[in-house]
Design a protein around this ligand. Structure first.
Ligand code: PEP
Ligand code: MN
Length: 262
Protein backbone atom coordinates (compact mmCIF):
# COMPACT_ATOMS: atom_id res chain seq x y z
CA UNK A 1 0.00 0.00 0.00
CA UNK A 2 1.31 3.47 -0.71
CA UNK A 3 2.51 5.32 2.32
CA UNK A 4 1.02 8.59 3.61
CA UNK A 5 4.11 10.50 4.77
CA UNK A 6 3.76 12.76 7.81
CA UNK A 7 5.71 15.93 8.34
CA UNK A 8 7.08 16.57 11.83
CA UNK A 9 8.84 19.95 11.95
CA UNK A 10 11.40 19.85 9.13
CA UNK A 11 11.31 16.05 8.74
CA UNK A 12 9.09 13.87 6.60
CA UNK A 13 8.40 10.53 8.25
CA UNK A 14 7.85 7.84 5.67
CA UNK A 15 10.40 9.39 3.32
CA UNK A 16 13.92 9.56 4.72
CA UNK A 17 14.84 7.48 7.76
CA UNK A 18 14.55 9.41 11.04
CA UNK A 19 16.15 8.83 14.41
CA UNK A 20 14.30 10.25 17.40
CA UNK A 21 16.46 10.15 20.50
CA UNK A 22 16.57 11.53 24.02
CA UNK A 23 15.99 10.57 27.61
CA UNK A 24 13.02 8.53 28.83
CA UNK A 25 12.22 11.38 31.25
CA UNK A 26 13.43 14.95 31.09
CA UNK A 27 15.09 15.25 34.51
CA UNK A 28 16.34 18.86 34.59
CA UNK A 29 17.18 21.74 32.25
CA UNK A 30 20.86 20.75 32.10
CA UNK A 31 20.16 17.05 31.74
CA UNK A 32 17.90 17.52 28.74
CA UNK A 33 20.15 20.08 27.10
CA UNK A 34 23.20 17.84 27.41
CA UNK A 35 21.45 14.72 26.08
CA UNK A 36 19.88 16.68 23.21
CA UNK A 37 23.17 18.14 22.00
CA UNK A 38 24.97 14.82 22.34
CA UNK A 39 22.40 12.87 20.31
CA UNK A 40 22.28 15.63 17.71
CA UNK A 41 26.08 15.46 17.34
CA UNK A 42 25.77 11.70 16.73
CA UNK A 43 23.17 12.16 13.98
CA UNK A 44 19.73 12.14 15.66
CA UNK A 45 17.26 14.22 13.65
CA UNK A 46 14.55 14.61 16.27
CA UNK A 47 14.34 14.78 20.07
CA UNK A 48 12.20 12.90 22.54
CA UNK A 49 11.76 13.36 26.28
CA UNK A 50 8.93 12.50 28.66
CA UNK A 51 7.42 15.20 30.86
CA UNK A 52 4.24 13.38 31.92
CA UNK A 53 5.14 9.82 32.79
CA UNK A 54 2.76 6.91 33.22
CA UNK A 55 4.68 4.69 35.61
CA UNK A 56 3.66 1.23 36.72
CA UNK A 57 4.67 2.05 40.33
CA UNK A 58 2.99 5.18 41.81
CA UNK A 59 5.95 5.68 44.16
CA UNK A 60 8.38 6.29 41.28
CA UNK A 61 9.21 9.54 39.43
CA UNK A 62 6.10 10.79 37.61
CA UNK A 63 7.82 13.33 35.34
CA UNK A 64 8.81 16.98 35.68
CA UNK A 65 5.45 18.03 34.20
CA UNK A 66 4.88 21.64 33.20
CA UNK A 67 8.10 22.74 34.86
CA UNK A 68 9.92 21.14 31.91
CA UNK A 69 8.16 23.27 29.26
CA UNK A 70 10.69 26.11 29.60
CA UNK A 71 13.63 23.71 29.50
CA UNK A 72 12.26 22.14 26.31
CA UNK A 73 11.65 25.49 24.61
CA UNK A 74 15.27 26.48 25.25
CA UNK A 75 16.65 23.17 23.94
CA UNK A 76 14.47 23.28 20.82
CA UNK A 77 15.87 26.71 20.11
CA UNK A 78 19.51 25.80 20.69
CA UNK A 79 19.41 22.50 18.74
CA UNK A 80 16.89 23.48 16.05
CA UNK A 81 15.49 19.93 16.21
CA UNK A 82 11.79 18.94 16.34
CA UNK A 83 10.56 17.53 19.65
CA UNK A 84 8.06 14.79 20.50
CA UNK A 85 6.64 14.01 23.94
CA UNK A 86 3.95 11.86 25.47
CA UNK A 87 0.53 13.30 26.24
CA UNK A 88 -1.32 11.44 28.97
CA UNK A 89 -4.51 13.48 29.35
CA UNK A 90 -6.60 15.54 26.89
CA UNK A 91 -6.42 18.47 29.32
CA UNK A 92 -2.70 18.83 28.42
CA UNK A 93 -3.40 19.55 24.73
CA UNK A 94 -3.84 23.31 25.10
CA UNK A 95 -0.52 23.76 26.89
CA UNK A 96 1.48 21.26 24.87
CA UNK A 97 0.31 22.07 21.36
CA UNK A 98 2.65 25.00 20.88
CA UNK A 99 5.63 23.14 22.37
CA UNK A 100 5.61 19.70 20.73
CA UNK A 101 6.02 18.95 17.03
CA UNK A 102 4.21 15.63 17.54
CA UNK A 103 2.14 14.16 20.35
CA UNK A 104 3.20 10.71 21.50
CA UNK A 105 0.40 8.43 22.71
CA UNK A 106 1.95 5.85 25.00
CA UNK A 107 1.38 2.13 25.06
CA UNK A 108 -0.88 2.41 28.10
CA UNK A 109 -3.15 4.87 26.29
CA UNK A 110 -3.62 3.10 22.96
CA UNK A 111 -7.15 2.24 24.12
CA UNK A 112 -7.90 5.72 25.52
CA UNK A 113 -10.41 6.64 22.84
CA UNK A 114 -11.38 9.98 24.38
CA UNK A 115 -7.73 11.07 24.20
CA UNK A 116 -7.48 9.83 20.60
CA UNK A 117 -10.68 11.66 19.62
CA UNK A 118 -9.35 14.92 21.09
CA UNK A 119 -6.04 14.51 19.25
CA UNK A 120 -8.06 13.99 16.09
CA UNK A 121 -9.33 17.54 16.49
CA UNK A 122 -5.80 18.96 16.42
CA UNK A 123 -3.59 19.44 13.38
CA UNK A 124 -0.49 18.15 15.17
CA UNK A 125 1.02 14.79 14.14
CA UNK A 126 0.37 11.86 16.49
CA UNK A 127 2.84 9.05 17.15
CA UNK A 128 0.62 6.19 18.30
CA UNK A 129 2.48 3.52 20.20
CA UNK A 130 1.16 -0.01 20.21
CA UNK A 131 -0.50 -1.14 23.42
CA UNK A 132 1.63 -3.91 24.90
CA UNK A 133 -1.34 -6.24 24.65
CA UNK A 134 -2.82 -4.63 21.55
CA UNK A 135 -3.58 -6.63 18.43
CA UNK A 136 -2.46 -5.03 15.16
CA UNK A 137 -6.15 -4.81 14.29
CA UNK A 138 -6.95 -2.91 17.50
CA UNK A 139 -3.95 -0.63 16.95
CA UNK A 140 -5.22 0.31 13.48
CA UNK A 141 -8.71 0.95 14.86
CA UNK A 142 -7.14 3.22 17.50
CA UNK A 143 -5.37 5.09 14.67
CA UNK A 144 -8.75 5.46 12.94
CA UNK A 145 -10.09 7.36 15.96
CA UNK A 146 -7.50 10.08 15.27
CA UNK A 147 -7.96 10.01 11.49
CA UNK A 148 -11.78 10.09 11.70
CA UNK A 149 -11.56 13.09 14.03
CA UNK A 150 -9.98 14.99 11.13
CA UNK A 151 -6.25 14.47 11.70
CA UNK A 152 -4.66 12.02 9.26
CA UNK A 153 -1.11 12.77 10.40
CA UNK A 154 -0.69 9.51 12.27
CA UNK A 155 2.55 7.56 12.67
CA UNK A 156 2.56 4.15 14.32
CA UNK A 157 5.31 3.01 16.68
CA UNK A 158 5.99 -0.64 17.53
CA UNK A 159 7.36 -0.77 21.08
CA UNK A 160 7.15 -4.44 21.95
CA UNK A 161 4.34 -6.61 23.19
CA UNK A 162 3.80 -8.82 26.21
CA UNK A 163 4.21 -12.53 25.50
CA UNK A 164 4.85 -15.60 27.65
CA UNK A 165 8.54 -14.65 27.63
CA UNK A 166 9.87 -12.88 30.74
CA UNK A 167 13.63 -12.82 30.03
CA UNK A 168 13.14 -9.52 28.20
CA UNK A 169 10.76 -6.75 29.28
CA UNK A 170 8.77 -7.02 26.04
CA UNK A 171 9.03 -8.90 22.76
CA UNK A 172 9.74 -6.62 19.81
CA UNK A 173 7.28 -7.58 17.09
CA UNK A 174 9.34 -7.18 13.93
CA UNK A 175 6.53 -8.98 12.07
CA UNK A 176 4.27 -6.03 12.84
CA UNK A 177 6.71 -3.57 11.25
CA UNK A 178 6.86 -5.51 7.99
CA UNK A 179 3.06 -6.08 8.06
CA UNK A 180 2.22 -2.40 8.67
CA UNK A 181 4.50 -1.40 5.78
CA UNK A 182 2.78 -3.81 3.46
CA UNK A 183 -0.85 -3.31 4.40
CA UNK A 184 -1.38 0.22 5.74
CA UNK A 185 -0.62 3.81 4.66
CA UNK A 186 0.89 4.70 8.05
CA UNK A 187 4.59 5.36 8.54
CA UNK A 188 5.97 3.02 11.20
CA UNK A 189 8.66 3.69 13.80
CA UNK A 190 10.46 1.14 15.95
CA UNK A 191 11.22 1.63 19.64
CA UNK A 192 13.72 -1.07 20.59
CA UNK A 193 14.36 0.59 23.98
CA UNK A 194 10.94 -0.42 25.32
CA UNK A 195 10.74 -3.30 22.83
CA UNK A 196 13.61 -5.11 24.53
CA UNK A 197 13.95 -3.36 27.90
CA UNK A 198 17.66 -4.18 27.98
CA UNK A 199 20.48 -1.86 26.90
CA UNK A 200 22.54 -4.69 25.41
CA UNK A 201 19.71 -5.65 23.04
CA UNK A 202 18.76 -2.19 21.82
CA UNK A 203 21.36 -1.91 19.04
CA UNK A 204 20.89 -5.35 17.43
CA UNK A 205 17.09 -5.04 17.50
CA UNK A 206 17.22 -1.45 16.21
CA UNK A 207 19.25 -2.66 13.22
CA UNK A 208 16.83 -5.53 12.62
CA UNK A 209 13.87 -3.12 12.65
CA UNK A 210 15.61 -0.79 10.20
CA UNK A 211 16.34 -3.72 7.88
CA UNK A 212 12.71 -4.88 8.18
CA UNK A 213 11.49 -1.56 6.76
CA UNK A 214 10.85 0.73 9.74
CA UNK A 215 10.69 4.42 8.78
CA UNK A 216 12.67 5.43 11.82
CA UNK A 217 13.75 4.65 15.35
CA UNK A 218 12.93 6.01 18.78
CA UNK A 219 15.83 5.46 21.16
CA UNK A 220 16.31 6.29 24.87
CA UNK A 221 19.69 7.75 25.79
CA UNK A 222 21.07 8.75 29.20
CA UNK A 223 24.48 10.04 30.32
CA UNK A 224 24.52 7.73 33.37
CA UNK A 225 21.87 5.03 32.96
CA UNK A 226 22.27 3.70 36.51
CA UNK A 227 21.19 7.12 37.81
CA UNK A 228 18.26 7.60 35.41
CA UNK A 229 14.93 8.51 37.03
CA UNK A 230 13.15 6.10 34.65
CA UNK A 231 14.07 3.23 32.32
CA UNK A 232 17.84 3.31 32.98
CA UNK A 233 18.17 -0.43 32.32
CA UNK A 234 17.29 0.11 28.67
CA UNK A 235 19.08 3.42 28.02
CA UNK A 236 22.06 3.73 25.71
CA UNK A 237 25.05 5.78 26.86
CA UNK A 238 26.42 8.41 24.46
CA UNK A 239 29.16 6.11 23.07
CA UNK A 240 26.64 3.28 22.63
CA UNK A 241 24.26 5.61 20.79
CA UNK A 242 27.03 6.88 18.56
CA UNK A 243 28.06 3.30 17.73
CA UNK A 244 24.43 2.46 16.88
CA UNK A 245 24.35 5.41 14.45
CA UNK A 246 27.50 4.17 12.71
CA UNK A 247 26.10 0.66 12.29
CA UNK A 248 22.71 2.02 11.23
CA UNK A 249 24.26 3.96 8.35
CA UNK A 250 25.64 0.70 6.97
CA UNK A 251 22.34 -1.18 7.35
CA UNK A 252 20.35 1.64 5.73
CA UNK A 253 22.66 1.80 2.79
CA UNK A 254 22.39 -2.01 2.38
CA UNK A 255 18.58 -1.71 2.14
CA UNK A 256 18.69 1.44 -0.04
CA UNK A 257 17.21 3.82 2.53
CA UNK A 258 18.26 7.44 2.78
CA UNK A 259 19.13 9.04 6.11
CA UNK A 260 17.22 12.20 7.02
CA UNK A 261 19.26 15.35 7.36
CA UNK A 262 18.40 17.74 10.19
C1 PEP B 1 8.24 6.18 26.70
O1 PEP B 1 8.37 6.39 25.48
O2 PEP B 1 9.02 6.62 27.57
C2 PEP B 1 7.15 5.28 27.14
C3 PEP B 1 6.61 5.38 28.34
O3 PEP B 1 6.82 4.36 26.20
P1 PEP B 1 5.63 3.28 26.19
O4 PEP B 1 4.37 4.07 26.20
O5 PEP B 1 5.89 2.57 24.90
O6 PEP B 1 5.80 2.41 27.41
MN1 MN C 1 10.79 5.05 28.75
Amino acid sequence: MSIRPVRIGNQIIGDDFVVIAGPCSIESANHFSEVAHQVKDSGATMLRGGMFKLRTDPDTFQGAGREAFEWVAAVKKSTGLPFVSEITDPRQIGDMVSLVDAFQVGSRNMHNYDLLKELGRTQTPVILKRGFSGLIKEWLLAADYVVKGGNDQVILCERGIRTFETTTRNTMDINAIAWIKKHTPFPILADPSHGTGLTELVTPVALAAAAAGADGLMIEVHPEPTKALSDGFQALTYPQFSELMTKLRRVLSAVDRKWATP
